[in-house]
Each structure stands twice: as structure tokens, then as C-alpha cells.
Design a protein around this ligand. Sequence first.
Ligand SMILES: O=C(O)CCC(=O)C(=O)O
Ligand SMILES: [Fe+2]
Length: 336
Amino acid sequence: MSIDTIPIIDFAKFGDGDSPESRDIGKKFYEACRDVGFAYLINTGIPQEKVDGMFEWSARFFKLPPEVKKKAPHPPEGWKHRGYSGVGVEQVSQMVFDTEELAAIRKGKFPDFKESFDIGDETSPARPGLENIWLPEEDLPGFRESALDYCRTCRTFQMERLLPALSIGMGLDRNFFHEYHKNGENQLRLLHYPEAPADAFESGEKGRIGAHTDFGTCTILFQDDVGGLEVESPTEPGVFISAPPIRGAAVFNIGDFLMRWSNDTLKSTIHRVRAPPRKADVGGMTRERFSIPYFVGADTKTTVDCIPGCWGPDKPKKYEPINAGEYIDMRMNATY
Ligand SMILES: O=C(O)CCC(=O)C(=O)O
Ligand SMILES: [Fe+2]
């Protein structure tokens, strides 16, 4: 059977208890994570005004003059994922860690045509080198407080509904993931893909974000109404299916760390952002696009072994236990 759409999971009836409704939502969510690796989540409880508000802050931030944005520069080290990265700095890579090999892949390729601002969610004290890098408050008053408030809202959804639903769906204790994530290092990322001539995208001179998988546990993303996000078909490798914007829905996906932790039971699916279909009415220009991923990561101090139920006599463990922090840093360093 070919899968050509991304499932929609409705959290409206997901309750505190282990009710039949909660179990049903958990089961559907787990199946989406296993079969597709992506899902739209609706009725998450994340208020739409907060999402809209964060998009407004993002637009305000990226409209600032370059010299202001550069007051909060991303450090040169890839793993220090904080602060502002200008257009063309970053190019995502796909599981290649060798510096020479990376340089060879990048040669002749154009970097992603996007700018970004990365924020740690400050739930627990940052690891040295991962402290947030903010603009001076007077350059964008209120931005810091609003961004951290948005992070707290996403984290509440993650801890109270998202991870419990997955645990229940996998037949685990509702709080199975809790311990591993209560001090997890989550990251909010504001992304801006500037307007550009549609020809440049079509010729391949410019790309928005190249095909990649995410590194951590999972990602909760909101996108504006422009479109362009595509997900590799779970049934036809190399074929991409569109993940169009659905107002109010978060786009959810599994990351590589959770895929490994689950002995490849849950899928970390390749995705990319292309220019949306050309529209005659915008004079040959592709509209700018904004998106806001929130990356959920495990506590970097924890070392994880295969999730119970994901291995057994018929399905031996494929991976050694791994420390969450070491894993993430290895992936981050390959991105810059
Ligand atoms: O902009 C998007 O919709 C996707 C962004 C993304 O995949 C990422 O930042 O990892
Ligand atoms: Fe991604």
C-alpha cells in the first residue's frame, strides 16, 4: 500500500487518565510515528494566539537591519546552536561526519537560502557554551520574554500530552519518557526563507532547506501559509509528498535519536523545503516563508539503551547504549 498523505492526530480527547480515548489517540499516534514518522497534530492545546504571536515576533526580528541581527551572532562551532545565522551560513548534511567528506559534498553546492535564530528554552541551566545569545533588550523589547513563554507552552504540551500519548501507544508506562526529558535541552528555531526569483529555485541555484532528518527526540513545527515542506514517502524512497500548511495544526516528526533509541521502530523521515508552486501573480518572485520548529531533546546527561518492547528474540538490539549529549553534538558539528 502506498502512503501519500500525512496522518492527522486529534488530541482533543487526550486526557490525564489512561482512558479508552487516550489509548486510541496513543495508538494512532504511535502508528503514524512507526509508519510515516510525520503527523499533523490538531487540538494540541497550544493556543493559536501564541503561535500567531511568535510568527509576529519572528517577522519583526528578521526585519531588523543586518547589523542589528549580527549583535547576536551564532558562534562558529556547529554544536553551539544559539543566536543568529545569516543567509547561506548553514547547510544541512545527511549523516556525514567526516570533515573532508563534508567539504567535498558542499563544494559546488549552494547553501540553504534561509536565515535563522536559535534559542535554548532555559528550562534548566544551559551547558557551558550553550547559553542563549540575545539581542540587547532595547533592540527588540519583549522578544526574549515572549520567546521563552512560547517555549514553555510547547514544553507543557510535550510533557503532558505528546510524550505520554506516544508512551501509551507503545504500550509503555504513561511517564516512560518523562525522566529522560524533564531536563531535556529543547531548542526553538525561528526560520526565515527570504523572497527570491522563482527561476533561481527552479534552476537549482537556490534551495530552501536540503533533504535531511532531525537529530533529537522529535520536532513540533508550525509553518505559515506559503507551503513548500515535503516529506519522503515512507513507501517510495526518493519520492517526496507535500506537507501543506493546515491552519492550527502542528507538523510533528520523529528525530534520529528516538529512531535509534527505539531500535528503528519509530521512523525519522527525510524532509526538505522547496519553493512552493510558482504563482503568476507575484511577478516571478517566490514569496518569503516563515516557519518555527521546536526541537525536543533528551537530557544530555542521560544514556539510553533500547526502549522496552522494541527488541526481543526476533528483533535483536541494533545499537549500543548512547549518551544523548554526545549524540547531539556529533550531529550538530556536521551541520556547519
Ligand atoms: O521550514 C520548515 O518547514 C522545515 C524546517 C526543518 O525541517 C528544520 O529546521 O529542521
Ligand atoms: Fe527538519
